[in-house]
Design a binder for this molecule. Structure first.
Ligand SMILES: NC(=O)c1ccc[n+]([C@@H]2O[C@H](COP(=O)([O-])OP(=O)(O)OC[C@H]3O[C@@H](n4cnc5c(N)ncnc54)[C@H](OP(=O)(O)O)[C@@H]3O)[C@@H](O)[C@H]2O)c1
Length: 252
């Protein structure tokens, strides 16, 4: 694959203001893709866009809450007008609330499910029509090792990520005739804001690292490189599956 293998492709990435979404955006920029960056924090999104432009990519910013159907529809109209078509869609926005199931309020439960799973449905419903008819397309959903295994205190997160994996598989079958592939990337522990509660607690941090056979946290750039590969022409026979990048955690 050439360094600029995604030249000519337009990629929409949710949760591009920080963490894995930002790293994926910058890896795609490096590979030549034009970026549509989506999240709620305009300031941070602008920083991602500036970094992408410094890598030679065009980047546009959309301040959108991915749990809000109306905001997504408004964004879709604007993007359809400005870009016409897109080729790559990355549902990365996510969040976590860690507590026992019996302590969850219904709004908290719904916030996790809406952010991690329903958002992918809303975004795909709006943007798949802009992807069809090109004989090429790539959708990546940021699933998790929690799509496959579980930890206590993660009921909402595990439910949302297992659901997202099911959504990924079914959508892959629906879109295969269009040659649009749909896959999950399941990260293990990566040192981003979502894991601050673990990283800031030395005991928990040590417990986490001791469960990772490779003995370290993942680096966000590693997910970026996997995303570039899955979005490339070379990955055209991979669909309806989920790539674990977890330092060996789930092999145990
Ligand atoms: N880090 C890990 O170890 C790990 C492991 C497995 C899976 N994952 C998954 O990977 C994805 C990225 O995680 P991360 O570690 O990069 O998390 P992060 O650093 O907390 O970033 C989360 C991103 O999601 C965006 N977001 C959250 N709620 C949103 C909403 N309602 N509307 C629009 N954007 C929203 C945030 O942007 P704004 O706040 O600006 O809106 C931010 O850009 C998530 O789906 C996460 O579940 C992460």
């Amino acid at each position: 694959m050439s360094n600029r293998g995604l030249e000519g492709k337009t990629a929409l990435i949710t949760g591009a203001s920080r963490g894995l979404g930002k790293a994926i955006a910058l890896a795609l920029a490096q590979a030549g893709a034009r970026l549509i960056l989506v999240a709620r924090d305009f300031e941070l999104l602008t920083q991602t866009a500036d970094a992408a432009r410094a890598l030679g990519s065009q980047a546009s910013v959309f301040q959108t809450d991915v749990t809000d159907e109306t905001q997504i529809q408004d964004m879709q109209r604007e993007i359809a007008g400005e870009f016409g078509r897109i080729q790559i869609l990355i549902n990365n926005a996510g969040m976590n609330i860690r507590k026992p199931a019996t302590e969850f309020t219904l709004p908290e439960w719904r916030q996790v499910i809406d952010t991690n799973m329903t958002s992918a449905f809303l975004i795909c419903r709006s943007f798949v029509p802009l992807m069809k008819g090109q004989g090429f397309g790539r959708i990546l959903n940021l699933t998790s090792i929690m799509s496959h295994i579980a930890l206590p205190g993660r009921t909402a997160y595990c439910a949302s990520k297992a659901g997202l994996l099911g959504f990924t598989r079914a959508l892959a079958l629906e879109l295969a005739p269009e040659k649009i592939t749909v896959n999950g990337i399941s990260p293990g522990p990566f040192a981003t804001e979502i894991n601050t509660p673990v990283m800031q607690n030395p005991e928990l941090n040590q417990q986490f690292v001791s469960r990772i056979p490779l003995g370290r946290w993942g680096q966000v750039e590693e997910v970026g490189q996997l995303a570039v590969y899955l979005c490339s022409e070379a990955a055209g026979f991979i669909t309806g599956t989920d790539l674990l990048m977890d330092g060996g955690w789930t092999a145990q």
